[in-house]
Design a protein. Structure first.
Lengths: 213, 213, 213, 213
DNA sequence: CATGAATGAGCGTTCATTCAT
DNA sequence: AATGAATGAACGCTCATTCAT
């Protein structure tokens, strides 16, 4: 059950990497409804090649999941080095929201999905532990909204994700304003709340179309 | 042969209303992925009739906005009767989020969409005015997060919508916990913040399916 | 559960007939592995039209089944009018084999398949009854190989079918020789057995290809 | 650079043998729809190697014929040692049908295919001679259905094959009943015909799946 | 020579949209 | 005007065959 078999040939490895890169990029940009044809085209290979490496779409997605968990765990672990629980939690939440803002598939594939592999399950457990510690430490400082649970993190991140997904094209950083709002709601900064940074989303102007979700 | 739209025949008007009603219901319940066949069936007309009235799906969505704007305006106007600016804004935000939680298409059709008709443009203006007043009054009381703009309301509502859409099936009221969090972030209650109500979303358990968005 | 709804429009009826005709022809000629694209092309319609009338391939096939059962029942009932049990059974077997020789899908869709609709189940029962009667009557005359059962008819027919399918192109009537052989085995003629009619299948000559099943 | 095929290298020969062995086994068990990937895997070589030796699937099938002819010739020669022509022919037919019942690809590869190599052509000639002798001897005893030709043997065997292929899973010996029927039709036993042995194939029961051929 | 990675047409099926009736 | 039949590109996926390594 180890990766096993013999290592892939050089060109196969290269193509696998191309596929994974293309998939990561497309899923991040456009969410889960990209087709494997799209992925194959973006990778510069035929569909068959994608299916040779990944039995189906979920498997391809699943192949990206471990790396995403790792990134989240790393964010959590880096955040724990902050001097205060407050700063640690704030840093973690902000960096996680940032990761999600850049990756449309993070919620569906990772935050809201059950881990499908042993590796993912283990990473998720590590992540959960780290988040619990971050929240507990900040809680001990009285820095967190009472009742807030580590299990609320995915919801908060997803909310920011939904804004980010909708505004990526027209104003890529717009999500930060709402991230700040949420962050301050969960774990307010030490002193007074500053005014919200950035600008609100401009309401759409009459007559211009919008279309697809 | 008159230059612009001549009034519709009586039966055409009736059909338009049937279509709009059915669309409102289906889009609210099942989101944007209902087919226009579904809408036509629910309205008791043929697909062709739907397409005769609305060039495409987006236009049909657009056809719903007037009613939705009206509902929002009504909420805003009711909210203005509250004794304080704080209560008025809180009530408005909460009721808007509630409306959105019950209507999967509210964001796309109204919050994020430009008004396409004169009627919609006008209603949107009334709504904007009401929201501005609500925010200004609360702002004057120092009850609002500094920098918060009436233009932020759609974003806040959308965030709750994204949570509500994802949890409608398994735990229909789950969005309230996050609505409370956001509401308190925008316009905190008078005294101390209470602990968050409700429970966080349970994380998915390993081994369960992933599948389609 | 009756055919119900309102009758189809004239053009839809015509297309439905075109589809059914094309399907009947193609399935008969080429067996079950024709694609619905092939059927659609042969019918001169788009694939979508086929799927509008028949939810899937099995349904299309199923739509042909009733007519096939009817044909078989009719053969059985005509055969029962023969003066003797021997002649009746011989006539029935021969005509059934003939039907099968002309229709590549008869075995899979009817003879070896379970009936899927009420109508088909009923027709199958009628057919079974008629076959039982035919065999019993011939049996009473001592005209049938001992131990032969009505349930053996599909097997016998299928065997002839397999020969017919393989020889349809090069020598369309070749199956008759083997039909005779089988028929005489099941229910020998009254007098002496005549020599086999026709010619054996010429063995393939060296060097010529054959290919697909 | 010699005009025609130069002898293969030792390892190439070994691979060819591995491929042919694997192909024989898989085609016999699972029929013609095994993929060449399956064959390659079972042989422990790459697909490319299979295609290097055999231009396509048909050619690979062709590569199996020699061994199959040898088996048939052996059956024919053993059968000739029987005391009577009747017994010889009956034994030959029965053993050939048995061979076919155990080998899904025998018909396509041998019975219906033209020999493609010199070796195959020669073996086929030997087989034809042996069959002719068997039939002639039995014919001389009056033991054979008049008109029956050695060229009819493949057809008879194929018919049994078609039954065997369809029933292998559910009732592996079911073909014997029909083999007996055919055998008695071609070359009846010495005394009275016994009742058919075994049971007829049970008709499929309503409501069970249909699906793929 | 051997390998297995790569290909892409084709499978059964869906659905937003068009157009003959 | 209203209908719903018709369309066909696109979906996720398979596999016989080719060709770079």
């Amino acid at each position: 059950m180890t990766p096993s078999a013999r290592p892939l040939r050089a060109d196969a490895l290269r193509n696998r990497a191309l596929i994974v890169d293309a998939a990561r990029r497309l899923f991040a940009e456009r969410g889960l409804d990209v087709t494997l044809h799209d992925v194959a085209d973006a990778a510069g290979v035929g569909v068959g090649t994608v299916y040779r490496r990944f039995p189906d779409k979920d498997a391809l997605l699943g192949g990206l999941v471990a790396a995403k968990y790792e990134a989240l765990v790393e964010l959590a672990e880096k955040a724990s080095t902050e001097a205060t629980g407050r700063d640690g939690l704030r840093r973690y939440l902000m960096s996680t929201m940032e990761l999600r803002a850049g990756d449309r598939s993070l919620s569906t594939a990772v935050l809201r999905a059950a881990p499908q592999t042993e590796e993912a399950t283990e990473l998720r457990a590590r992540l959960a532990a780290a988040m619990t510690a971050l929240v507990a430490r900040a809680q001990a400082e009285g820095a967190v909204r009472r009742g807030f649970s580590p299990d609320d993190v995915p919801a908060v991140t997803s909310m920011i994700g939904s804004i980010a997904d909708r505004t990526r094209e027209e104003s890529p950083g717009a999500w930060r304003r709402y991230a700040e709002l949420l962050l301050d709601a969960v774990c307010p900064p030490d002193g007074d709340l500053p005014p919200l940074s950035g600008e609100p989303l401009a309401p759409p102007t009459p007559g211009v179309c919008r279309s697809r979700p």
